[in-house]
Design a protein around this ligand. Structure first.
Ligand SMILES: C[S@@+](CC[C@H](N)C(=O)[O-])C[C@H]1O[C@@H](n2cnc3c(N)ncnc32)[C@H](O)[C@@H]1O
Length: 325
């Protein structure tokens, strides 16, 4: 076998030198954030001929108070992802694979820390970290919706009501209502999230409801699941989608579920595909979910009783999918 491999694979000198350089780069990537010059070569800043560094679109997102369609700072995501909680959970992955669990399998995060993100246990373990995770989700939430509103207007045509299921503090719903004032939006999220929404129970066209998406989804013409399903196992996604199906009218009356999530492989190569795979690993470490290829999405839609779906648009690492009852 070894002899065979030697015969078929003879790298050129250029390939060998590139491979060695890539290996150094991957092995030493933990040093990148420690130097401005390394950050610039990694694309976080732009270096100028004058020997200075300036912001580029990536670093612009790390400036406190930066505004693109509202507050767009993404620092909470970086601080959460680089926190000891996330890193220790990832370091626990090898042990987690070797364990035999009795009953439901916890995520590696739960196994290492004894608490689950978005649950009360996290707030009890470390209220500051719990708040940082919620801030990271809100930042995430905000960034995703602008391009959807600008590039997928057909999603909202003819819609009068929409429920944003797992809609966090309502950032997405408020952006939708701002762009399409005739749409009445309901935001459903857990009581612990709704308790922190510092708004009256009803604010203009956005209504806030505390509840559990496994039990009941407030009825509307369309239900939005934005960055929600990747958190859950296939079995749980089918249960959630079945609740969403009950909440919307039939397809010929305009009923639909809008899923915004990663479709693995929707980009063919390069850093965007690497991002998709890293986000899949993040789900493995932090949750009981995963990112899905198109055939996985198709399977769970069918099993939840839907008649069809359409990938409306691929937007960066994510895609927008319409699912029909
Ligand atoms: C990853 S966040 C996505 C938030 C938002 N949709 C976005 O686009 O960023 C998942 C959301 O689902 C909510 N969630 C988790 N379990 C839930 C449940 N059982 N019922 C309702 N909401 C839930 C969380 O509180 C959180 O706000």
């Amino acid at each position: 076998m070894a002899g065979q491999a030697e015969k078929v694979f003879v790298p050129t000198d250029d390939e060998l030198l590139q491979a060695q350089s890539d290996l150094w780069r991957h092995s030493l990537c933990y040093l990148t954030p420690m130097s401005l010059r390394c950050l610039a070569t990694a694309g976080v800043f732009t270096s100028t001929d004058a020997g200075t560094y300036r912001l580029n679109p990536l670093s612009y997102l790390l400036v406190d108070g930066v505004r693109i369609d509202g507050d767009a700072s993404q620092t909470a995501i970086v601080r959460a992802a680089a926190s000891r909680y996330y890193v220790e959970a990832a370091m626990g992955l090898a042990d987690w694979f070797r364990k035999d669990f009795d009953g439901p399998v916890p995520s590696p995060f739960e196994d290492v820390h004894g608490a689950a993100i978005f649950e009360e246990s996290m707030a009890l373990l470390d209220p500051e970290m719990d708040q940082l995770i919620h801030d990271a989700v809100a930042a995430h939430d905000h960034m995703g919706i602008g391009p959807v509103l600008r590039q997928c207007s057909e999603l909202f045509e003819g819609l009068e009501t929409l429920t944003d299921c797992g809609g966090g503090d309502g950032t997405t719903a408020r952006s939708i209502v701002e762009a399409y004032p005739h749409i009445k939006c309901t935001v459903l999220d857990l009581p612990k999230v709704m308790d922190k929404v510092l708004l009256p129970a009803e604010e203009g066209a956005v209504k806030y409801v505390s509840g559990d998406l496994f039990h009941v989804v407030p009825p509307a013409q369309a239900v939005l699941l934005k960055l929600v399903l990747h958190f859950w196992s296939d079995e749980d996604c089918i249960k959630i989608l079945a609740q969403c199906k009950k909440a919307v009218p039939p397809r010929d009356a305009g009923g639909k579920v809008i899923v915004i999530d990663i479709v693995l492989g929707s980009v063919s190569a390069g850093p965007m595909l690497e991002t998709q795979h890293l986000m899949d690993m993040l789900m493995l470490v932090m949750t009981r979910g995963r990112q899905r290829e198109e055939k996985d999405w198709s399977d769970i839609f069918t099993k939840a009783g839907f008649s069809g779906y359409k990938i409306v648009k691929k937007l960066g690492a994510r895609a927008v999918i319409e699912v029909y009852p």
